[in-house]
Design a protein around this ligand. Structure first.
Ligand code: HDE
Length: 753
């Protein structure tokens, strides 16, 4: 009988995650309250205030799950009703006068159904429209009370539930995941002292220094307004026109043109708070802080040709990857690190820590780990959770405060404002995904879509009719750090903000050679799409100030002479502290060395040696890899030993770019079929071109040579494995090579195959 490779790691706690482990049939209407409700609770948020915060999350259970149980609806075993709970007898036919007669206006069932449908869409986010989210928790390693009174960092082992959303920036909601773009990395911590949103990106700097320029930046990168093209791409005239007139963007452009802009997985990218924030302790003392998220799986990226092809083969590539990993119980994990420094230390740096186009190099201030985030539950409903979640840079809690970064100032305003139009009014904080676990009591009332039913007469303060409640918390509440200010009102920038190139150079110089090449390739690609030559020139003239090497590579790639360097704003730049920072390379974080969740294709055709195919499949699955048998078509495929393997993917429906590696087992007939199939050769070529691990057993080497790949016995290429021997030994080598992700030593320009 046919066997399938889908004996994937199954998550045994799945039912629990969804609060269904003891489920009996829900009542009609099916709002399933599980959190104990306080009879006097005046808001849904307050009703959430149960014993669960501070609880250790059981593995596989999200600590915030309880709060959402009260609104989970489950229709299993239920009768269809209208929104008013009236049961519906016929969901197929509208009400008509006679079988062929006109539809009747009084058909309230049809009208309710269509009316609701007509309003199903809400405006997408003006930026970061395309995203994917998951629930999880934060665990504090050690008390950080020396620096902050934030309760989330108060105790070793303290658990705080959270919801995280990853996103691209420029593309629309339905655009592809693999655009060259910054990725949003937004975390909402439901702390016991209110929600803290760390709304960051996967790059630690930003394009601009002042919020005043944000609408311009976004207008420039979005599809051009006359014809609405291109979608989810920065490779067009208006974008490069703008950034080349904004030399402060140079540093960020290095990051955006690096492989970080095409992550292999959300699970394999860093996150950053970007701005300098403040921590404030119980005594009111403050230090500066930068936040970093470091993925346990290391930092890994796609290559550009692959990203382009994935855009067609699976536009949901990153979304699917996150979903499947969590679904399979392979919970992604990040460590939260902080760089802590004082205001006095910051004064001495060659750059301004209030300038969001600058990092604080780890050589100056090391990153200390303070806790970890685990994402362990997929949303029940994409719209209700991932779409309606409203992050806000202004959501801070006691112990965390802002600095005067002028970009941050604009963000403190923007996020609440944008939700009012996106989510339709000022009560979006009451949506289940946004409601804090901490109780909410204030005198705000009414507005669109109010959920809470406020009791009592007094909705003002001071009052005596309501016993003076809700009363101020005094110093126990959020107290803004009393930063002294005495300045003239001006529109302008401090001197150090005018230095734009030192850290762009630092980034480029800190990259591995293959990473530098990819940066040059990305600039070349993007600028080759720019139609106005003067814009291309201006970008290269700007790059000369950061790196002559890069500028000349790009100029050469565009077939243009090297232009004069762009005049600098500062005659004499401040001396940078360091020339190299190895931590800025993706290679600094290789990950845990395992192959869990990595996708491997075993390419089969009629006559494949079934025994070795299974030996390899089993060995890979034992290490946690996700294995697919890829055949010329799906369905049972006869093996040489008279058995069958069920191909669960085809060369057509899952091309090479969706896999991290490929194994081609032996079998003369099978190899004959594959050699004659252009798709099989293309598969092998793409795997080769994208520097992935390839194992060919026995005869399969012919498929490689027929695909134009040189198979030399003593090749330096550690990812190209040709084995005449047994599958077992070859598999171990394959696993080691796959763990390295890519074999860039193979890469050439132009590509050989
Ligand atoms: Fe945002 N940004 N942003 N941004 N941003 C939004 O808020 C804004 C900036 C970031 O998954 C919007 O709810 C301004 C930096 C993420 O829902 C909007 C400025 C960083 C997300 C907005 C910035 C970010 C957003 C659009 C310059 C990294 C997605 C929809 C002053 C630290 C969050 C929304 C999610 C979303 C404004 C710059 C990160 C319009 C005005 C710097 C991850 O409010």
């Amino acid at each position: 009988t046919a066997r399938m490779a889908q004996e994937m790691p199954y998550n045994p706690t799945k039912a629990k995650e969804h609060g269904r482990e003891n489920a009996t049939s829900p009542l009609p209407g099916a709002v399933t309250p599980s959190a104990p409700r306080d009879a006097l609770a005046s808001t849904p948020s307050e009703a959430n205030h149960t014993a669960k915060y501070g609880d250790a999350a059981e593995s596989g259970v999200n600590a915030a799950g309880g709060s959402l149980n009260r609104v989970r609806a489950d229709s299993s075993g239920q009768t269809l009703t209208t929104n008013q709970g009236v049961t519906v007898s016929d969901n197929q036919n509208s009400l008509k006068a006679g079988l062929r007669g006109p539809a009747l206006l009084k058909d309230f069932i049809l009208r309710e159904k269509i009316t609701h449908f007509d309003h199903e869409r809400i405006p997408e986010r003006v930026v970061h429209a395309r995203g994917s989210g998951a629930h999880g928790y934060f665990e504090c390693y050690e008390p950080l009370t020396k620096y902050t009174r934030a309760s989330i960092f108060a105790e070793k082992g303290k658990i705080t539930p959270l919801f995280t959303r990853f996103s691209t920036v420029a593309g629309e909601r339905g655009s592809k995941d693999t655009a060259r773009d910054v990725r949003g990395f937004a975390v909402k911590f439901y702390t016991d002292e209110g929600n803290w949103d760390l709304v960051g990106n996967n790059m630690p700097v930003f394009f601009i220094q002042d919020a005043m320029k944000f609408p311009d930046l976004v207008h420039a990168v979005k599809p051009e307004p006359h014809h609405a093209m291109p979608q989810a791409a920065s490779a067009h005239d208006t974008y490069w026109d703008f950034v080349s007139l904004m030399p402060e963007s140079t540093h960020m452009l290095m990051w955006q043109m690096s492989d970080r802009a095409i992550p292999r997985s959300f699970r394999m990218m860093q996150g950053f708070g970007v701005h300098t924030f403040r921590l404030v302790n119980e005594a009111g003392q403050s230090v500066f802080v930068k936040f970093h998220w470091d993925p346990k799986l290391g930092t890994h990226s796609l290559v550009w040709d692959e990203a382009v092809k994935i855009g067609g083969a699976d536009p949901d590539f990153n979304r699917r990857d996150l979903w499947e990993a969590i679904d399979a119980g392979d919970y992604p994990e990040w460590e939260l690190g902080v760089q802590i420094f004082t205001e006095e230390e910051a004064e001495k740096y060659s750059f301004d820590v209030l300038d969001a186009t600058k990092i604080v190099p780890e050589e100056l201030v090391p990153v200390q780990p303070v806790g970890r985030m685990v994402l362990n539950r997929n949303p029940d409903n994409f719209f209700a959770e991932t779409e309606q979640v409203a992050f806000c840079a202004a959501h801070v809690v006691p112990g965390i405060d802002f600095t005067n970064d002028p970009l941050l100032a604009g963000r403190i305003h923007s996020y609440v404002d944008t939700q009012i139009s996106r989510l339709g009014g000022p009560n979006f904080h009451e949506l289940p995904i946004n409601a804090p676990l901490a109780p909410v009591h204030n005198n705000q009332r009414d507005g669109m879509h109010r959920q809470a039913i406020h009791r009592g007469r007094a909705s003002y303060e001071p009052n005596s009719l309501g016993g003076g409640c809700p009363f101020q918390a005094g110093t126990a509440g959020f107290v803004s750090f009393p930063e002294p200010v005495q300045q003239d009102e001006v529109r302008g920038k401090p001197e150090k903000f005018a230095e734009h190139y030192n850290q762009a150079r630092l980034f480029y110089e800190s990259q591995a050679p293959f990473e530098q090449q990819h940066i040059a390739d990305a600039f070349r690609f993007e600028l080759s799409k720019v139609t106005v030559a003067a814009v291309r020139e201006r970008v290269v003239s700007m790059l000369r100030n950061a790196s002559e090497d890069l500028a000349s590579k790009v100029a050469e790639g565009l077939g243009m002479p090297l232009p004069e360097a762009m005049p600098k704003a500062l005659e004499r730049s401040p001396e940078p502290e360091i020339e190299q920072s190895p931590r800025l390379s993706l290679t600094a974080r290789p990950g845990d060395g395992g192959i869990r969740t990595r996708k491997v294709a075993i390419m089969i055709a009629a006559g494949t040696d079934g025994a070795s195919a299974w030996t390899i499949a089993n060995a890979l699955q034992a290490e946690g890899a996700v294995v697919r048998f890829v055949g010329p078509r799906i369905g049972p495929i006869a093996t040489s030993d008279g058995d069958q393997i069920d191909a669960d993917a085809s060369l057509e429906n899952q091309p090479a770019v969706l896999f991290d590696g490929v194994v081609v087992p032996d079998g003369a007939d099978a190899i004959g079929i594959l050699v004659a199939d252009g798709r099989a050769r293309e598969f092998i070529q793409d795997q080769y071109r994208h520097c992935k691990t390839i194992l060919a057993l026995g005869n399969a080497a012919t498929l490689l040579t027929q695909s134009g790949i040189e198979v030399t016995p003593n090749s330096q290429d550690k990812g190209l494995l040709i084995s005449a021997g047994g599958a077992k030994e070859a598999t171990q080598k394959f696993i080691q090579a796959l763990a390295k992700h890519r074999h860039f030593e193979r890469e050439t320009l132009p590509p050989k195959v």
